[in-house]
Structures are given as C-alpha cells and as structure tokens.
Design a protein around this ligand. Sequence first.
Ligand code: GDP
Ligand code: GDP
Ligand code: MG
Length: 337
Amino acid sequence: MGIFGKVKGLFNDKDKSKEFAINKVDNSDSKDKNLLSDKQKLGEGLKKTKKSFFEKLAKTVAGKSVIDDSVLDDIEEALIASDIGVETTLKIIEKLESRVKKENYLNSNELNSFLKEEIGTLIKDSCQSIPNISDPYVIMVVGVNGVGKTTTIGKLANKFKSQGKKVVLGAADTFRAAAVDQLVIWAERVGVEIVKQDMGSDPASVAFDTVQSAKANGADVVIIDTAGRLHNNVNLMRELAKIRNVMGKVIDESPHDVMLVLDASTGQNAIEQAKQFTAATDVSSIALTKLDGTAKGGVVIGISDQFKIPVRYIGVGEGINDLQEFNKQDFIDSIFS
Ligand code: GDP
Ligand code: GDP
Ligand code: MG
C-alpha cells in the first residue's frame, strides 16, 4: 500500500464506529468488521486458512473407508500445505499413525476431533497481562522490514492506554525517513507520549532517552520501535544488542520483553525468521500479524510448537482495534468451527 493509502487507513476512525454499534446493531453498516466481536473478527480473519485447511483434508479423506499409508501421506501433504511446518506436521502424523494402528478406521469427524485435540496440545496458551513492577515495563519490538512492527506498536499502545496505563513510545527506527513520522501519527491518534530524535540519529540514544523520560514521568509501559533488520546482518544485529544494553543502564532488567513481529502471510518465511532471530538475540514473545486474508494461518501452530516463545498477540487487520491477545482455544475453535 502506498503512503497515501496508509495515512488514509490511519485516519479511519474505527473507535467511533464501535461505540456507535452498541446501540445500533441493525445499522446497514453491520457488515463493517469493526462492529464484530473479537471472536467474530478472528473467525473472519481465519476464513481463508480454514477453507484451505479443511478443503484439502476433506478431499483427502473423502470416500476413504480406511486410513492407510497413502491416505496418511495425503494428510501429511495437506498439513504441510497449510503452513503448519514440516516438523510440527511430522509430530501430528506420528501420533495419527499410532492412533490409526489401534483403531484401523477413522471417519472424517473423528479425524477432525483428533486434529483439534492434537493441535490443542501443541499450541501453548500464552497471553499474560503485563506484570506490575515499580519501573516502567519496557517492550522492545524487533523484526524485518514491513512485517507490521510500527502498526502493532500503535495498536498495543491503544490497548494499554484503554487499560488505564500510561504509555511512552520510543521512535528508535531512525533509519527510514518516514518511520519516525509514522510512529508520531500513531502516538497522536492514540494520545500517548512519544520520544524521538532526528532521522539518522543513534537508535540507542533514542531508546535511552525514552526509557529515562518514561521513568522520570512514572509511565507504566514503554514500547520501543526499531528499524527493520535482516537477521543475518551482523552489524544490524550488533546495533540491536547496543539498544538493549543502554536501556539496562536506566532500568535494570530492561527490556523486559523483546517482541519479535512476524508476518503470518509469509508462511514458512515467518518460521525461518523466527529461527534466525531467536538464534541471534533473546526473543521473549512473538506477535503474528496479517492473519486476516491469508490462507497461511496454520503457521501459528508451527511457531507455537517449535519455539519455546509465546505467541502473545495476533494482528487481524490494519485498524487500531485489530490486535488481539492470542487465545489458543479461540484460535482452535475458529479454524475448526
Ligand atoms: P514495519 O516496517 O514492521 O514497521 O511495518 P508497518 O507497521 O509499517 O506495517 C507494514 C504494513 O502492514 C502496513 O501497511 C500495515 O498497515 C500492514 N499491517 C500491519 N499489521 C497488519 C495486520 O494485522 N493485518 C493487515 N492486513 N495489515 C497489517
Ligand atoms: P557507545 O556509544 O558505543 O559508547 O555505546 P553506549 O552503550 O555507551 O551508548 C550507546 C548510546 O546510548 C550512546 O550513543 C548514547 O547516545 C546513549 N547513551 C548511553 N549511555 C548514556 C548516558 O549515560 N546518557 C545519555 N544521554 N545517553 C546515553
Ligand atoms: Mg516501522
């Protein structure tokens, strides 16, 4: 999307329409996705994933009376195609094999409930609220370009603010001209403080100023934006380490949360980025964006299974309210409903 589209998107005031919806359920606008509950929005967002996942599975088992090796192969293929990832698929298939050995026959309903249960054990429930500490709680957001870091920060700031928390944003993506402006727009829109310097300034210095100012002003949460970086660029990864270290000078233990943002619509690429980033730096949580409109939502299952890192938030749209705390049961219910 071009810059104009982006800015236009930012100014669609979706909060108002939500408020409005409470009294006017039968408004002709009711198809507007901002009037949907979180669960409905998740269901909408996962529609394509669900379709690709189950249509493939249904075709696989249609008319089969026995699940033999060739059907198992087809199921394996369907799972891999839904972006669950090879490692996680193999785990599921192994369990399915031993189950089939015992029972010999599984109809498609039984297959569905088997998968639902299995996937339930693979995904970890992972969203916790921010712990109450005396200093501001510092979240540093990392990831490659374009995955949705800045947008997720805006949505998160809005979430925290609506919980009554005092939020300060740090514009430590000083690399691209528009990056600081983009975060400023979000800060204004949400109504939170932002600390920034000029483009090209030292991101560690911005992070330092932000945490210092947040501490002095008794803020509850600090969210630091960073420039998109390639996990395999040594200098950029070193810069990340430097940004982390200076914050620790102001508040011990900070950053408390290093949040890796991944774009779910890139499927296996997202899994690859998670591998590389977690190898290069300590990542403590994951936000998976752009689950809306992709058929690759199965990637949530693979990421949750393969990394010992909680998927904490999911992005289901570009709007300010389109960030949800990841809830395993809601997610599973949505793809199996
Ligand atoms: P950054 O480079 O990582 O900071 O990414 P941005 O926050 O600038 O986002 C890049 C694009 O992804 C923007 O057009 C966002 O509106 C879009 N985006 C971010 N999160 C989501 C999401 O959950 N769903 C959709 N559909 N778009 C998103
Ligand atoms: P160095 O710049 O390579 O020596 O790395 P440091 O870890 O010492 O600092 C990184 C950046 O954070 C610096 O360029 C400063 O802008 C900022 N910084 C670190 N310590 C301080 C400090 O005590 N005061 C201020 N204002 N900024 C600091
Ligand atoms: Mg950005």
